[in-house]
Design a protein around this ligand. Structure first.
Ligand code: GDP
Length: 137
């Protein structure tokens, strides 16, 4: 069993597809172990994406992630990190496989509907960024 962090980004929250995205996880063996809706501050978004601080899109990414509320979740299941990445699809929705969350709900490479941890190690760091142990069931 693994745990991973998922974020439903502002574009998908605005579109009203929170339920549809959660259904993808639950229908594919990922359990919602924790969930909350919040609006990231600029400081939150900058810190969360600190690994990208030297990339040309960092400023745009921070602006987008603070443009509206997000839903953050801990997903739990067998192979949860890779499973979530598979369900999400490629970063650029134009390159995402048919039937993936990004192919179905994302508009562009920045407004791409969901975030998912890319390794078990980052999953642990990202989960503790948003959740205390008692919030994870
Ligand atoms: P992910 O793991 O698939 O989310 O992709 P990355 O970790 O490489 O990038 C983090 C986030 O930065 C992506 O989900 C996008 O929202 C954004 N991003 C990545 N590449 C680009 C880009 O070339 N332009 C813009 N505007 N945003 C990007």
């Amino acid at each position: 069993m693994q745990k991973t962090l998922s974020i439903i980004k502002p574009d998908a929250v605005k579109k009203g597809v929170i339920g549809k995205i959660i259904d993808r996880f639950e229908s594919n063996g990922l359990r919602i172990a924790a969930a909350k809706k919040l609006k990231l501050s600029e400081e939150d978004a900058k810190n969360f994406y600190i690994v990208h601080k030297d990339r040309p899109f960092y400023g745009e990414l921070v602006k987008f992630m603070t443009s509206g509320p997000v839903v953050v979740m801990v997903l739990e299941g067998e192979n949860a990190v890779a499973k979530n990445r598979e369900l999400m699809g490629a970063t650029d929705p134009k390159k995402a496989e048919n039937g993936t969350i990004r192919a179905d709900f994302a508009d562009s490479i920045d407004a791409n509907a969901v975030h998912g941890s890319d390794s078990l190690e980052n999953a642990a760091i990202e989960i503790s960024f948003f959740f205390s142990n008692r919030e994870i069931c």
